[in-house]
Design a protein around this ligand. Structure first.
Ligand code: PLP
Length: 429
């Protein structure tokens, strides 16, 4: 068995040129469950969680890792992280509902929504979920519904970062969070209204491979915490640095060095907390992508090979309805031909889906072994924002999902059928 890429030591294995994922043959999975098929390794999610938790607790005892459910809200994924002891970051009542259904208790859930409706705030208040206020309007409306015991405020730390403009969530152009003076006023108002326990939060963006933006933004967040502490007399039970830790998608991308990351971030945190007399708050992170991205692959079957005067297209059965990231963000996902791992890369292909739009390309100008109709492709790093962002566009039922572990597999989401396309609809009289 040789690793497929030295930069990715996950559940992927090359057994005699054929792809195995956590001990299960990709070809057998595709035959048993059809394609497109998301395959998720339970062990990899656990390893990712444990590695991150361990790296952080080396430098500070009071750590909480909130899983950002938006990355992948499959119940089995949530349950895996629930049993690891993770906390949960939810951005919608639906995610709260899924988390409660999976077994997360309300104290383990933090709600960080934006443009939140009153009925949603009522649902959160009735469910005893801690809310991370994203605007003064949201805070006012929440306080009218019910004064919570605990409240957090999402602060814009004025420094954003991310793999794409759409994913930068702090700084000048973002809709998220409160700027410093509004944040101070929010805490004053909450305290005057009777809120007793507090947290403070930021999220710089998503897909950040460099530690510097986190350090700079955290420094700013802690200076806001000091101001709130001094001016509003608020003590913090937790400081949440948000999510955003990036993962390597391209062979040349370097993974984040978690030990160095933890040392840099937490030494700043500990210094500032002491300097500003902020007590001993929990230090929280909110990763989505980091925990689940490399735990899943997407299997898709080649149905067409088409050569034009300019391009060679490999037509597959997964399109941007199945995995939207390449089309939406121009993201790179590494592609393997599942039964030709030992074959030389001979041709340059665009891998195209079945959606009727020219932008429906999973990969562009990719060197691959000679691809034949019937070949199975594996699209790597599909666990974060993969199934979660999929749709029924072009009236295509969504893919199935299986979970694998040590050579065994289980269906964790049925493939949709044509009947599912009709669900909830009726023809107007
Ligand atoms: C508030 C918040 N926390 C955490 C995350 C998770 O980000 P990532 O998956 O990059 O870790 C997001 C993603 O958009 C977010 O908006």
């Amino acid at each position: 068995m040789t690793p497929i890429q030295p930069w990715l030591n996950g559940p992927l294995e090359n057994r005699g040129g054929k792809l195995y994922f956590d001990g299960v043959s990709a070809e057998e999975l595709a035959e048993a469950f059809d394609t497109p098929l998301y395959v998720t390794s339970e062990s990899r999610i656990r390893d990712n969680y444990r590695n991150l938790h361990k790296a952080l607790t080396r430098n500070y005892e009071k750590i909480r890792v909130y899983y950002a459910a938006k990355a992948n809200s499959n119940l089995s994924v949530l349950k895996t992280l629930e049993t690891e002891g993770a906390y949960l970051d939810a951005v919608s009542p639906g995610e709260v509902f899924m988390a409660l259904t999976t077994g997360f208790t309300p104290e383990r859930i933090l709600f960080t929504g934006t443009s939140v409706r009153n009925d949603e705030l009522k649902f959160l208040a009735d469910s005893d979920i801690t809310v991370n206020a994203d605007s003064l309007s949201q805070l006012d409306r929440l306080l009218k519904i019910k004064v919570p015991e605990v409240l957090s405020v999402r602060v814009n730390p004025e420094i954003g970062a991310g793999h794409h403009d759409h994913c930068i969530t702090a700084g000048e152009n973002t809709k998220f969070g409160l700027w410093e003076s509004d944040a101070v006023n929010a805490y004053k108002k909450a305290k005057d209204s009777g809120v007793e326990r507090f947290g403070i939060h930021m999220h710089v963006g998503s897909g950040v491979l460099d530690v510097d933006p986190f350090v700079l933004a955290l420094d700013k967040l802690l200076s806001v915490a000091k101001r709130v502490h001094d001016e509003a007399g608020v003590s913090f039970e937790f400081v949440d640095m948000g999510g955003g830790i990036g993962v390597p998608y391209k062979p040349e991308d370097k993974p984040v060095d978690l030990v160095a990351f933890s040392e840099k971030v937490l030494s700043l945190f500990k210094n500032r907390v002491e300097e500003y007399d902020l007590g001993e708050p929990f230090f929280c992170v909110e990763p989505g992508r980091y925990l689940v991205c490399d735990a899943s692959i997407l299997l898709t079957r080649v149905n067409t090979v088409k050569v034009t005067p300019f391009k060679r297209f490999v037509g597959v059965d997964a399109g941007f309805n199945t995995l939207v990231r390449p089309t939406m963000y121009g993201s790179h996902h590494h592609v393997l031909v599942a039964s030709k791992l030992d074959s030389p890369e001979e041709e340059t292909y665009d891998v195209a889906g079945p959606v009727c739009e020219s932008g429906d390309l999973l990969a562009r100008d990719r060197r691959l072994p000679n691809v034949d109709e019937g070949d199975l492709l594996a699209v790597l790093n599909a666990g974060a924002y993969g199934y979660a962002m999929s749709s029924q566009y072009n009236a295509r039922p969504r893919a199935a999902e299986v979970m694998v572990k040590d050579g065994k597999c289980a269906v964790i989401r049925k493939r949709e059928t044509l009947d599912d396309l009709l669900s909830g609809q009726r023809v107007a009289e």
